[in-house]
Design a protein around this ligand. Structure first.
Ligand code: ATP
Length: 567
């Protein structure tokens, strides 16, 4: 993945948004090649879904959305991700993305600070002092208090062994010191001896009463649990936490712990993913609007208008490509999970009894689409989303997943959403969204099947799929490692590169430019006359060339030949 991210930046496919200011998390800019690739994808989707069909029309809706729309659709109430925080690092995760883990749970009841209290420190300072008045107004310091303690032990010849660096050992040292001092008082010092012992008693020291759990997985050491717990209590203000273990229990298949450090996670909380802004001069509740979290809702809201103007009969669809925004908890895996992204959505309206059949139909159509753009079937997987994971109104959903370098992840969802959306909007707006069937004279709310694909995720899949490394001869004929993006010609950002062999040979340059003129109206071409020819080839290889095969064709046949191969 790292190689792919680097190549994307180096060759101008994808850059981090606002990069020179340190980047904006979850937003990406597409460079000269990336924008071509993205357009090829969107144009091809539009061609297959809208232009080549009689039963689908397009629309382009506004991003700014009236809150009422998203209230009716359920997004204001329910477009939430259950979110959990690591109690140690405060890292935030989506609860359903925590892997199931097994191991032993260490439960810590509380912790107390092994650092002497201010009163105990003061007593130590007096007891250790021989001549002058002790300096006790400086900040309480661990190494100072230990060396003061050791000085007293040495001077009074007490049998208290020196501590290690562990809080438990330091605590034992001071506790033993207190006991010994009280047991062997020195005339005139009783007050300070007693003050030290009571100043170091548990109630006088700092304490954190929060309980905390750590998961220790097989092959991890037990001391890891204690260190993690110490770090937790340190964050809560204890300088030298002595952690109190309450229990140790085996556990199977839990999602309660941070997979990275074993620390306990908070219980899931609902976090709304919608981004909002305000229209007009006053930023109050009345001026609030949302940036749409999906393109689909504007299709439902315009259903009646489009039905009337297009005069379509069921089944028919409305398609849209456009931006959507989600305040994802942790954007990651390059563009895979972004906060601003594009969707390609089709809402295909039908009679209720056609829903399940059309769900199968659209799943197959969409798989064919991926095949047509060069994504291998062997890397695609159809997941039949089980009842408990599906939206309550959906009677069937397929996730089309792709084997990304970072794992198998959703590219597209194909969902049978029943009549839920139109019903909700009809109810909330009090405007009829019914369909009238001329033949049967029935009036009803159509059902809908929705294939919803992500533009950015598909672009990423195209790049991952195209990426390959092989060996090719360099200028001197020596074999060298070569990076090649083997895009399907239909998706390739540049269809044809034109290089005159030498730039100072007038006839070669004239001919090459003539070919540029011939092809440019029909495809994206790239002309380059500078530098060694081998290097010019290699620069193109990296962005898209499959083989180094040479073929000679007549200039007059060129356009037809290339067009055929691209289509
Ligand atoms: P996920 O479970 O991965 O968050 P989702 O099931 O919420 O996705 P849908 O609401 O079904 O996604 O959206 C349809 C499509 O939109 C997804 O299949 C995906 O391709 C795209 N998409 C959704 N969220 C994002 C995102 N944050 N970044 C990029 N693409 C996204």
């Amino acid at each position: 993945m790292e190689k792919i991210v680097n190549l994307c930046k180096r060759r101008g496919f994808i850059f981090q948004a606002s990069e020179i200011y340190g980047g904006l998390n979850g937003a990406w800019d597409y460079g000269p090649l990336g924008v071509e690739l993205k357009r090829n994808l969107k144009n091809y989707w539009w061609r297959v879904i809208v232009h080549e069909r009689d039963d689908v029309v397009g629309m382009d809706g506004a991003i700014l959305t009236h809150p009422a729309v998203l209230k009716a659709s359920g997004h204001v109430q329910g477009f939430t991700d259950p979110m959990v925080d690591c109690r140690l690092t405060n890292q935030r995760f989506k609860a359903d993305q925590i892997p199931w883990q097994s191991g032993t749970v260490f439960t810590y009841e509380f912790a107390r600070d092994a650092m002497p209290s201010a009163a105990a420190f003061e007593a130590l300072a007096y007891l250790a002092e021989t001549e002058a008045q002790p300096q006790i107004n400086k900040k309480l310091d661990l190494s100072d208090s230990i060396s003061l303690g050791l000085r007293i032990v040495e001077r009074r010849r007490l049998s208290v062994p020196a501590p290690t660096k562990e809080p438990e050992s330091i605590e034992s040292f001071f506790l033993a010191l207190g006991t010994e001092l009280v047991r062997n008082p020195q005339p005139g010092w009783e007050e300070w001896e007693n003050r030290f012992q009571s100043g170091y008693s548990v109630p006088e020291r700092a304490l954190c009463g929060d309980s905390f759990r750590v998961l220790v997985r097989a092959r991890e050491s037990e001391s890891k649990a204690r260190k993690t717990a110490q770090a937790f209590y340190q964050k809560r203000g204890l300088r030298l936490p002595v952690v109190i273990l309450q229990s140790k229990q085996p556990i199977e298949n839990t999602r309660d712990f941070n997979p990275e450090n074993g620390a306990e996670l908070t219980p899931p909380r609902a976090f709304n993913l919608m981004l909002e802004t305000h229209l007009g001069a006053v930023a109050d509740e009345a001026s609030k609007v949302y940036l749409r979290p999906e393109t689909a809702q504007s299709i439902f809201v315009q259903f009646k208008n489009i039905l009337e103007v297009s005069r379509k009969k069921l089944p028919f669809g409305i398609a849209q490509i456009g931006k959507a925004f989600r305040n994802e908890i942790n954007p990651r895996n390059f563009t895979f999970r972004s906060r601003e992204f594009e969707q390609m959505e089709l809402e295909y309206f039908c009679r209720p009894e056609q829903g399940m059949e059309l769900l199968e139909y659209w799943k197959e159509e969409r798989l064919k689409f991926y095949d047509d753009i060069g994504i291998s079937r062997s890397k695609l997987h159809v997941r039949n989303v089980p009842d408990e994971e599906r939206a309550f109104y959906s009677k069937g959903t397929y996730d089309i997943e792709y084997d990304f370098p970072f794992g198998r992840q959703e590219l597209e969802g194909v969902a049978y959403r029943t009549d839920y959306d139109l019903k909700q909007h009809q109810h909330a707006s009090d405007k009829s969204l019914e369909y009238f069937d001329d033949e049967t004279k029935e009036k009803f709310i159509p059902h809908v099947v929705e294939p919803s694909a992500g533009v950015d995720r598909t672009v990423l899949a195209l790049i991952c799929e195209a990426y390959s490394e092989d060996q090719a001869p360099n200028d001197k004929g020596e074999m060298e490692a070569r990076t090649v993006l083997r895009f399907h010609p239909r998706m390739a950002p540049i269809k044809c590169a034109i290089f005159p062999l030498l730039k100072n040979k007038e006839p070669l340059v004239v001919k090459a430019k003539e070919i540029v003129g011939l092809l440019r109206p029909h495809m994206t071409v790239f002309y380059d006359e500078s530098g060694a020819i081998g290097r010019r080839y290699r620069r193109q290889d990296e962005i898209e060339r499959d083989s180094m095969k040479q073929e000679r064709v007549k200039t007059s046949d060129l356009l037809q030949l290339l067009s055929m191969r691209i289509a």
